[in-house]
Design a protein around this ligand. Structure first.
Ligand code: 5GP
Ligand code: ZN
Length: 141
């Protein structure tokens, strides 16, 4: 048991649309997507933020974000991608388990950064996750 939401997702005690994973990282869909396909990449090992994370986990989450960005271009037709990390409350961090936002961008999309989180449609998120999912990702929610 843990009080950290993203540790719960990593362990599987909190449901998520997981799309990829490896020994050090898990990637899953954001429930308030800034654009269709918005996902989060987290280290399996808990660390609060950018200042706290182990260098090896930081490298692994960066490489996993690059892999996912490539899938977004291939599977979702994204024209570009924003990688975003919020470190600290003042920088709008709300979940204190390090994560990289991988936000696919589509030519002409209306996203202005920083976005105002708005709850997404779960069926739409699940359908997009199915397109992104690789062998390391499982549908557990
Ligand atoms: P932060 O504001 O810390 O940079 O980002 C936290 C992100 O976690 C937000 O974009 C928010 O939508 C997402 N989030 C919050 N609760 C949940 C949840 O229960 N499941 C998933 N998949 N994402 C969540
Ligand atoms: Zn955690």
């Amino acid at each position: 048991m843990t009080d950290c939401l993203f540790c719960g997702i990593v362990e599987g005690s909190v449901p998520s649309q997981t799309v990829a994973s490896d020994e050090r990282t898990v990637a899953f869909m954001d429930i308030n997507p800034a654009t269709p396909g918005h996902a989060l990449v987290v280290p399996r090992a808990h660390s609060a933020d950018l200042l706290d994370i182990d260098a090896g986990d930081l490298a692994a989450t960066s490489v996993a974000s690059q892999r996912l960005a490539r899938r977004m271009k291939e599977e979702l037709g994204a024209d570009g991608v924003n990688l975003i990390n919020a470190c600290g409350e003042v920088a709008f961090q709300t979940v204190f388990h390090f994560h990289i936002h991988v936000v696919p961008r589509y030519r002409g999309d209306p996203l202005k950064l920083p976005w105002v989180p708005t709850e997404g449609d779960p069926d739409e998120i699940a359908a997009t996750a199915a397109k992104l999912r690789d062998a390391g990702g499982g549908d557990d929610g």
